[in-house]
Design a protein around this ligand. Structure first.
Ligand SMILES: [Fe+2]
Length: 453
């Protein structure tokens, strides 16, 4: 099923040809871009009068007084100030989209859980109506924690726009292609890419090729940043140049439109008479980005042992406690396995952090069966987990030559906070009731005999 897309009327800034067409490389760069020549003031932010009669406006992504290396803001030069894209607010309900705290007394979040992919339905769903919350953690009102969603999208938003004041959205497509038409430009994403939409940025989502399914991490806390590489040095893992921010694009379209706002876990609508995507030029370091997960350069074990999965961290959102993330986004992609005399799959463990995993494509090495593309698993705070019997026996008895772990791409949203299942995740989503049984036939091997392995 492919959804036709209205030709977007956005006028886009000229940009380089080639792989960067429509985008500017870098993570947290001080970008600048203009869709009309001379629209961007030079040497100052607030001229007495802006070119083209534009209005200057600052979008602050951090407190004014945040430390310089974390301070993020963008100056927008737009047809109307944002206050004209906002009228009286009316509360609406999006029943499948939940925010923390969302602790259902009838739901048990303690346990090991795994789900099959959420099936598409015949009902047309947009980015807003198709967002299905699976878990929540922390508290949206105090800006700590996160929520995990699965989106099922078959329809484009038409004259409909959205922003979340609550959260930065990390989008991980698994099926189909989406276009994010944002205030700062256009981002197209497909499976094996991700997008990060900052808090407060207004956008609509169009279906380029449907149906679309994917995962979203809604980050209530401090923004995602690149993890420090420490002794690894200046390269590898996620490299800043592989992140792409869009060039400026705007539309000057006067038509009845709806803006939906997520604010403190509630949804509100406001009606306006024009498209709010009217930023003609902008400069700053607070911007949406996309990133191709195939450019992630993994660093791993080259002699023995299986390191902690944190070596595969793509992005981390700090919590205020050093080294203990509000969210880590971790990628398990194709790589070579070469460690000698080593149990190579993930070991058995219990973790103070809560691990939610999703499969983008292929097969995951600790669970060759059952964890399928589009599926999801949850191993909550201090809940034991690890390889199933077949994975354990296979890895314990195989000949350990160099081996390419191929056809695999899974990820983890790992948070310091316990994740609570929504009623939808516990009762309506395709939960695998027999997941716990994958460990039931693990044998006791110990009988006290020295030298036995
Ligand atoms: Fe784990």
């Amino acid at each position: 099923m492919t959804q036709p897309v209205d030709p977007h009327e956005m006028i886009q800034a000229p940009s380089l040809d080639g792989p960067n067409a429509g985008y500017m490389p870098g993570f947290g760069n001080d970008y600048e871009t203009e869709a009309l020549p001379g629209a961007l003031p030079q040497g100052m932010n607030s001229p007495q009068k802006c070119e083209y009669g534009l209005y200057g406006e600052q979008l602050s992504g951090t407190a004014f007084t945040a430390p310089s290396h974390q301070n993020e803001r963008t100056w927008c030069y737009r047809i109307r100030p944002s206050v004209k894209h906002s009228h009286r607010y009316e509360k609406i309900d999006l029943p499948q989209w939940k925010s923390a705290p969302n602790v259902d007394p009838d739901v048990v979040s303690l346990g090991q859980y795994r789900w099959d992919p959420l099936p598409h339905s015949d009902t047309g769903l947009t980015w807003l109506t198709g967002m299905h919350t699976m878990t929540t953690a922390g508290d949206v009102n105090t800006q700590v924690g996160m929520a995990t969603h699965i989106y099922l999208v078959t329809e484009s938003m038409v004259d409909s726009y959205f922003f979340s004041a609550d959260s930065e959205m990390l989008v991980v497509p698994q099926e189909g292609r989406l276009r994010f038409c944002t205030e700062l430009g256009i981002i197209d994403v497909e499976p094996q890419e991700i997008a990060i939409i900052p808090r407060g940025l207004l956008y609509r989502v169009e279906v380029l090729e449907g149906p679309c399914r994917g995962f979203v991490c809604e980050n209530y806390g401090q923004k995602f940043e690149l993890p420090g590489r420490g002794p690894i040095g200046a390269n590898c893992m996620a490299n800043p140049r592989d992140f792409k921010a869009p060039v400026a694009a705007f539309e000057d379209r006067e038509v009845e439109s709806t803006v939906t706002i997520k604010w403190c876990g509630q949804f509100h609508e406001t009606k306006i008479g024009q498209s709010p995507l009217d930023v003609v030029a902008w400069h700053g370091n607070y911007a949406p980005v996309k990133y191709d997960l195939r450019t992630y350069c993994p660093v791993g074990a080259i002699l023995f042992d299986h390191p902690d999965p944190s070596i595969f961290t793509v992005l981390t959102a700090p919590s205020g406690q050093p080294g203990t993330a509000n969210i880590d986004f971790v990628l398990f992609r194709e790589r070579w396995m070469v460690a000698e005399n080593t149990f190579r799959p993930p070991w058995y463990h219990k973790n103070i952090m809560s691990e939610l995993m999703g499969n983008i494509y292929g097969q995951y090495d600790a669970k060759p069966k059952g964890f399928i593309p589009g599926g999801m698993s949850l191993h909550n705070m201090m809940i034991p987990h690890g390889p199933d019997k077949n994975a354990f026996e296979g890895a314990s008895n195989s000949n350990l030559g160099p081996e390419k772990l191929d056809n695999t791409m899974s990820f983890m949203f790992e948070t310091r906070f316990p994740q609570h299942l929504t009623a939808f995740a516990a009762k309506d989503a395709p939960l695998q009731d027999d997941y716990i049984d994958c460990w039931s036939d693990i044998e006791k091997k110990f009988d006290g005999t020295p030298g036995k392995k």
